[in-house]
Structures are given as C-alpha cells and as structure tokens.
Design a protein around this ligand. Sequence first.
Ligand code: AMP
Length: 391
Amino acid sequence: MRHLKDLDVHDKRVLVRVDFNVPLDEQGRVSSDARIKAALPTLTYLHEQGARIILMSHLGRPKGRVVDSLRMGPVGERLAELTGWEVVCAPDCVGPEVQDLAQSLLPGHVLLLENLRFHPQETQGDEEFARALASLGEVYVNDAFGTCHRAHASVAVVPRFLPSAPGFLLEAEIQAFQKILHNPDHPYVAILGGAKVSDKLPVLTNLLPRVDRLLIGGAMAYTFLAAQGIEVGQSRVEEELITSARLLLQTAQSQGKQLLLPVDHVAAVHFAEDSPYEITGPGIPDGLMGLDIGPRTRIIYKEALADAKTILWNGPMGVFEWPEFRKGTEAIAQDVATADAYSVVGGGDSVAALELLGLQGNVSHVSTGGGASLELLEGKTLPGIQALEQA
Ligand code: AMP
C-alpha cells in the first residue's frame, strides 16, 4: 500500500473520502465536530502541499434520495470555521456542474461534495458512479476508517481508477490493528465487554489463539457464567449461545489460555438507573440482575493487566451509562491507561469512558470505527483497505 506522503499531490485535485457523518442537533447544526477534527491532520497536510482538495462523505441514512436535512452545508460551515479555509459546498456529488466546480478549484481551496448517499449507487458499489466520482480528482485518499467495512463506491471502487493511499487517520488504524492482530508483544491481554455474545463471538474466536489472557465483562459475561452452571438470576443471557460459550471456555483451557470471568457483580433489583443493588458473587441469586463487575473482579482484572505488554479493550464492563454501574468500566479505563503496554481501545462506550476520565491521551491508539474495527478483529478483510492494497 502506498503512503500519503508517496503521492504527488502538489497542485493536484485530490479526492478525499472522509467520515463527516457527524451528529446534528434539532436545528440541523453539527453537535459534535470530533469526526471533522479527526480528518484535519490529513487535510492540513494536503493544504500545506498546495493540493486542490475535494471532499466526499455520507451523512446519515438518506437511503438513495435527496433529504434536505442531511445536506452537507452545516458540515462545510464547521470545516471552514475550524480551518479558516475557503470551503465551497457542491450542489451534488456528480454531474456537469460539480465537474466544473472541481476543474476550476484553486490550490488551497476546498470543494465539499453533497451527501454521497443521496445516490443509491453509492451503497450499491456501482462502478459507473465510482467512475464519475473518480473523474473529479487526479489522486484519491481514503481517511474514512469507519466506512472501510462497506463495499461502497466511494470507498471500495474509486481506488481502481486513481493513484490511491490512506490518509493519516486510516493509516494509524491499519497500523494499530496490524500490530495487535499480527505482531503483538506478550503478555497480550484482551478485555471484551458489551451487551451481546452474539456480536462478539467471532471476535472472541479470532482473538483467543493470539492472546494470553481474555477478560470478559458486560452482559456478555452472564452467558459464559451460565455455561459454567453458575446462577445468574435475571441477568441478560443468550440461551442459544450457551453451547458456543462452553465450547470457547473448553478451547481456552485446551490452548492454555486464561479466560477470566467476573467472580462478583453489582446486581440490581431491576434494570433502572436508580435501582437498589447489592454486591453478590460468585453467582447472582434469583430476583437480581448483574449490571457491572464487582470490586473483587476489578482487583483480579487489574492484576491480570499489570504485566501486559499489549492490551486490546473493546466494550464496557457494565451499564456504563448509569453512574452506579460504571465503576467496573472506569477501573478498566484506569488500568489500561496506566499500563506500560501498547494499548488499543475501540467501541463507543470504552472510548467514552476514557474521555470521561480524561485518559484518551494515555493509550497508544483510540480506534474511531465501531463496525470496521470489529470486522478487523474478527479477522475479516475490509473492502476499503483491500481496495487501497490493490490500487
Ligand atoms: P456493545 O454495543 O455491545 O459494546 O454494548 C454496549 C451496551 O451494553 C451498553 O449500552 C451497556 O449499557 C450494555 N451493557 C453492558 N453491561 C450490561 C449488563 N450487565 N446488562 C445489560 N446491559 C449491559
């Protein structure tokens, strides 16, 4: 794969696929510009090189038709505010008028194309549509990691037609996952949490042979405890996955891996923020449901992380949204941030926990793409990354 710095971008029309799929408030204004800011290292570099920058992104789910509330205008305004650059918003993302705007773009100026998903051909990965997008630029850069698991036209097909490279954001993601999947230092500890075993089973299966220890938390843990015959009360259990969970426990044992499950729990009377709760363990009696890992588990998990040289963390240890059931997730965030290890954190809640504690700068890599990072952890090849490799 080429690097961005290997491409000659000076004076060139550089077509950049960014992830400007930002949240909007009720007035249609950008309510978080984190994704715009995340693309700035790449865009600033291109700007400094005197490139003519053409940006393209999707926003929301317009499902192949024009939805006025999902136009890119507010995003362009915020980009102009953040950078002080001249940002022109195109009326569409393809067609003669957009072609004229692209051709007449001055070095250092930015053209922001209209929402790609106003055209159904984008999500269909349509080749003609990709060709029309590619005709706007002379060079292609992909900095939209969060969309790389989609075989969409702007992500997976445009690179067939132009010299292509990942932007700095995407390249950092590729390197981080390369390291934790193929070249980790040991001991390697993965911490997986979240709501469902069904979402994470392929990840667990792919990671188990690579790690030394696997720490499990969140609602996921109760299916594993149930598989061991431990009582879990009213905790969330995926009955249909108990057999798979048992198999994974057996595989871990036969491979000499440590698979750690919670030994105590913050168990609530009902699923509510203000529910009364108690600490129980090793099981959870009838009438209670586990909503966080307990204090003994926090200590055991801390010890399991103490000598780690590589750490991967994805998913909360409990119902992190509610303060009374957040301690386990916060403890893990602290442990990961203070470890003397190469650490990668992904998944919205884990990243939010780090941010809440102001610790996001204390880990080696914070991943920006939920679905894309899970697919990489499952061992899949992402269409957007493969397209850059083949370009
Ligand atoms: P995921 O999207 O799979 O990472 O799961 C995140 C969600 O799992 C969050 O909304 C958490 O509130 C939820 N969650 C974590 N632990 C539990 C639990 N013990 N019981 C119910 N929901 C949980």
